[in-house]
Design a protein around this ligand. Structure first.
Ligand SMILES: [Zn+2]
Length: 105
């Protein structure tokens, strides 16, 4: 992801995924304060909106597991994998197509 101030590579994908780096960061090259662009916020909201129903289904299957449904573990594992893929895909698309803007003082 490029720094809008110095145009150098500001942050790696994996570092961008850690903590709140996707939303607020300081460019290591020029020291500019950076914040998430509108596109990053949109990507975050869309990713959560897509993954949230899967998370709710996981919660419902945990409830079935507590009632001793033998197939619940397989469904839960599948749903956790699906949610993980959705969140990862959302992060990759957001990181690849959107960037930072400069912080205003
Ligand atoms: Zn910079």
């Amino acid at each position: 992801m490029e720094c809008p101030s110095c145009r150098s590579h500001a942050i790696s994908f994996w570092k961008w995924c850690v903590g709140l780096n996707a939303f607020r960061y300081t460019c290591e090259s020029c020291g500019a304060g950076l914040r998430a662009s509108t596109g990053v916020w949109a990507g975050f909201v869309i990713t959560v909106a897509v993954a949230l129903p899967v998370a709710i289904i996981i919660g419902l299957d945990f409830a079935r597991l507590l009632s001793s449904d033998p197939g619940a573990w397989i469904r839960i594992a599948t749903e956790v994998a699906l949610a993980s893929v959705l969140v990862f895909a959302g992060a990759v698309v957001t990181y690849s197509f959107f960037g930072y803007t400069l912080q205003r003082e």
